[in-house]
Design a protein around this ligand. Sequence first.
Ligand SMILES: [Zn+2]
Length: 447
Amino acid sequence: MEELNKESRKTPYSFLFGAIALLLIPMSFLLWPVADSEKDEWSSQEEEHTKDEEPNLYFGFIKDSFYVYESEIQRNEFLSNILLAHKVSYATIAELETATRDTYSVRRLRAGRPYAILNRDTTTAADYFIYKPGAFNYVVYSLKDSLYAEVFYHPVDTVVRTGAGYIDHSLWVAMRNGGMSDALIGKMEDALAWTVDFYHIQKGDQFKLIYEERLIDGEAVGVGRLLAANYIDRNGDNYAIYFENENYSGFYDLEGRPMKRAFLRAPVRYTRISSRFNPRRLHPVLQRIRPHLGTDYAAPHGTEIFSVADGVVTAASYTSGNGNYVRIRHDHVYETQYLHMSRFASGIRPGVRVKQGQVIGYVGSTGLATGPHVCFRFWKNGVQVDHLKENLPPPEPMSEEDLPLFFAHRDSILPILDAIPIIRPDVKPAFEVVDRSLQQEILELSR
Ligand SMILES: [Zn+2]
């Protein structure tokens, strides 16, 4: 199956690589930075309108007819503080509060968000208060004649972009250096966390991705869906393809199996492996050869330890060797155990059901331990095995009826993903806008 797929991809790959390279080069001047969603967009708003040759339009108002005051809501500042300074009476403010309760309550105004006051005549009360809760919408409060609030949404454009980079320290650092947002980094982790152990990745690993970006007036305001990704490590390609139809949605491998697996790769985040599974190890405390039938993850005292899979707690107790430990049965084949905890998470006791990723305890050094770490043990049919070498059963692929649709989608998007050039390690990862027609094609594909 694997071989067959590689074969069938060769033809579109070489053809499309040339085509896409040609399309991408002229587009390379379009290297927009990703806007922080928290960024204040007032200044860009004006610039955009200038470009659109609508210099007078300001949130739907003729700007030249008003005095415009712009600021942002301060901590502990109330709407009344703001409006009183612009000659709006207490009575009006109280009425406004009632009148806008069902449309956009003034209680929803938040410190740090930008606002504007529009006033025709500054010797009298202001006419409008405009509040911007986020990049996608704004609220107009009418302060004269009839008091009301109305929410307006900016038209949002979706463009498809590609990204790539080399790992130096971590995926997070590499994507951050490439100007990619935390939201996008989170999506990469969601797609690949079960196949790639992001907390123990190697320098020199590479990644590629195709994703949607949301634009308002040409300004990036956030990411949409991650459409496809590949994380290339020493074991080769790790593909994740986003697919959505009436029966399925999420990330799938090339065979149409969900990326989400029954077992997480590690029981702790942001740690290093301090000792691997080793049947002949010199024990650091006992100073003699004793098999090490687990994997040690060194982590600061108090770090969260989570269950690597759904299951039932069979033990949460203490022995002089294990210290505080939790044991979990996942099914009739697999069990896991977590040793040397400083304490258990609340509610963790025998008989309790736990979910994958649920916190069951905290890193410590109870029992026979030289420093804070979690010794993670993995049982298969009652025998302790090295979970990092275990070929865990892959999840079932999607149904026979849906697979052909998925394969067609995969075969269209994969050549585009493969053709993304990998940036040399000495060059900062950058990203490109996919050509318009190609973009349309991808958007149609993933609708
Ligand atoms: Zn250990």
